[in-house]
Design a protein around this ligand. Sequence first.
Ligand code: AKG
Length: 270
Amino acid sequence: MMVPGGVAASCACKGIRRCLLCETLKESHLPEKKNGHVFFYDPETKLAVRKDGEPASFPFPGVFLWEDFLSEEEEKELISSMDRDVWNLSQSGRKKQDFGPKVNFKKKKVRPASFSGLPALSEKLVLRMQQEESLSGFQPVEQCNLDYHPQRGSAIDPHLDDSWLWGERLVTVNMLSGTTLTMSSEQGLPQLGLSGEVYVAVALPRRSLVALYGEARHRWKHGILRKDLRERRVCSTYRELSAEFLPGGRHAELGSQLVNIAASFNGAPV
Ligand SMILES: O=C(O)CCC(=O)C(=O)O
């Protein structure tokens, strides 16, 4: 069955997740709620500033933005390569490809068996990332490619990434179109007299890299709102290991196995 716009009638949404397809088939459109205090991230000053020109601003540490991280040719090559692999349906109208160990976060189990490494084209990108001071020593053991499309109503709900297995820095490379990474905190900002939810909009230009660490990684949720997708967008998120899986940690042996597999750069999606 097809729905308007030619979207095939199957999706991978579970629980409270929704995409345009299951809303069309199961229920009416659920509007995105976004009341609260909206700030914009300024990468020059690393301040979150008010949209309406109000003087209020506050330091927003933990975001590193690298514009033009990819060249146009690299972007083309990466997308062609991804599109030769299968895109699997995921939640909220996304598709995905994973290069990493199989993980059960609830049971805290990691299975490296099916992991054959990060894809070949990532090798030079990871070397480039490591040249940046705030990403020095960054050794990703997982790459997740996500494909967003406005026709599917793609989005990713505000969330915090796991911190049992995944380490301090989350690195995302943004391809095919610019979008906004929405950072949100339900706790308000009492120091600015703001109660209720606070949002900080981080503009991600096409072909840029964004890294989250510190407070932006652990205290602020991140997500991509449906309204911020105007064209197809593909991103690759790279994750490193937490201290528990690094030398000296309880699971250092497993960690070193994962690092070695990842660094073969010979991987196929799992
Ligand atoms: O699409 C993005 O930029 C964010 C991806 C993300 O948050 C995730 O994969 O957990």
